[in-house]
Design a protein around this ligand. Structure first.
Ligand SMILES: [Ca+2]
Ligand SMILES: [Ca+2]
Ligand SMILES: [Ca+2]
Length: 121
């Protein structure tokens, strides 16, 4: 059930025409809440965007990682690139941190606060 939702959300995001210059919107249905499914869809789209050569690994260049410590933390197997699993885990950790009331969705306020508070590592 949950899996179906996630897949559907990912499909929607991937199927949406990539409007030039427009960032992926986390709150896909604009209801003021970012669900896990919306977030997962966003992350999948981000991944597809970033892995330019489609080899299933992100180099630091592809990821555009500015923060070396952040990059190293995300590269959990330490092979110098991010697999999709590592990428997704990193994003998922962000979602969990951002969901300060722990209700499984991000309100606009939670998302804004999390974006403003850059991870300090
Ligand atoms: Ca790649
Ligand atoms: Ca890795
Ligand atoms: Ca929440």
């Amino acid at each position: 059930m949950r899996r179906t939702l996630v897949m559907a959300a990912a499909g929607l995001v991937l199927a949406a025409p990539a409007a030039a210059g427009q960032k992926h919107d986390l709150d896909a249905d604009k209801n003021g809440q970012i669900t896990r499914a919306e977030f997962d869809g966003h992350v999948a789209a981000q991944w597809a965007d970033k892995d330019k050569n489609g080899d299933g690994q992100l180099t630091r260049d592809e990821a555009g990682a500015k923060d070396a410590a952040d990059w190293t933390a995300a590269d959990t197997d330490g092979n110098g690139t991010l697999s999709q699993a590592e990428f997704t885990a990193k994003k998922s950790a962000w979602f969990t941190r951002a969901d300060t009331d722990g209700n499984g969705t991000l309100s606009t306020a939670e998302a804004t606060a999390a974006k403003a508070a850059k991870p300090r590592r």
